[in-house]
Design a protein around this ligand. Sequence first.
Ligand code: AHR
Length: 502
Amino acid sequence: MKQAKMILDRDYVISPIDKRLYGSFIEHLGRAVYTGIFEPRHPLADDQGFRKDVLELVRKLRIPVVRYPGGNFVSGFRWEDSVGPKHQRPRRLDLAWKTTEPNWFGLHEFVEWCKRADTEVMYAINLGTRGVLEAQDVVEYCNHRSGTYWSDKRISNGAADPFGIKLWCLGNEMDGPWQTGAKTAIEYGRLANEASKVMKWVDDSIETVVCGSSGSTMPTFGEWEYQVLTECYNSVDYVSLHRYYGNPHNDTPDFLASTLDLDDFIKTVAAICDAVKGKKHAKKRIHLSLDEWNVWYHSNQQDQQLYKNEPWGTALHLLEDVYNFEDALLVGLMLITMIRNADRVKIGCLAQLVNVIAPIMTREKGGAWAQTIFYPMMDASMYGRGVSLLPLITTDKHDTKHFSDVPTVDAAATMDDAGNVTIFAVNRDLAEPVRLQLDMRSFGDMTPVMHTVLHHDDMKAINTEANPDEVKPVEVPVVIEDGAILLPAASWNVIRFVPGKA
Ligand code: AHR
């Protein structure tokens, strides 16, 4: 049988984990909002029209922060359209997704939804078609107590207390030609600098995220980060990264190796941040916000057809990827990569949360269910808190079409405040189990208390409304023999230890 080994030491700490690593994203796109989180006529709608079945699933993910309202949508969005009496709100063309936005759900509704979902708002402003003044206004509307035009408008719209939004995105994917109001790095860097500076003048307790590249495959990647940060290093706190993977050629080993690219992307952006830091003789360190990440490719063709059938519709079934078992393994591997880079990646947003490339699916007037990718996200968010431990892993390696030296076993480990240790491990071998030898040298007595396994014999197995539990983790007896635990072929594993003897 294949063997692997992992050494953990309580003193080998990569970094504390920022809980915002386990964030997500709701965009005004497709059915994320309308018939996703908000469906007033649904039998399970609450007094605000929020679907209670969806809220229940969201709470299970323990998402600390949700990015909103876009995405590409935000670059043509006027935030003022989304506040005030609903019947007076305008209907607008959304050029990003070629749909019509009715503004039935807006800023106040989202803040209230976040309260009910036990999460916080990460609000994106429009720096595509708008500028510094609108950025200033929206911070004043949300966060200033009272006594000014915008803060009093918020109060007259029903919110006596400020929203207190702490985390702000300075636009979205401004390097992408598909973006409404796309910019060069210098144009955008200067605008982001001024917007962030002025937003912080309104409320100096906020943090801002400047747009990095839309992906590491962009032709301007690298140069973009360097130039943008050169313009705005002192006034921003994080730089964003976006990354989606797919398996369009049905090459599963290559697909499961994609996280080698993610790791490289993260390390490269961190190095660029530090290069600008050096050039500026700055003390401050810029950290990373991986504020869009996931698998995204299943729905591409279907979306083209939807646009043909219903141009400028509302709540179209856009980006409704149906995720299979291998997608869940990749999502698990992406989470492992993020935890292992917790010293630089402080914010992560699984893109997205409901219906649109999402862990949660709904049917209009019908049920809500968890897709396969829901489970690694739930596990990591539940147990991946505290500090990230440095796992020293010895494992055999293989080559795939685009990657060499791909580790068969990939893992991350965390330790919470109570000293409980959790290991997240994926066995990439599709045919054989691996015996993972655990050397937890400095921990003293630890009792293994839990081992859950997410596995399916069919890599393409999916969950549906009728069969929602087809792909789901199962708790297995914790068997550690001679210090080793078995990782089944093609599996996501969560192994928990508590301090002390059994
Ligand atoms: O998450 C879907 C889209 O992907 C977002 O709107 C955009 O930022 C990215 O290209």
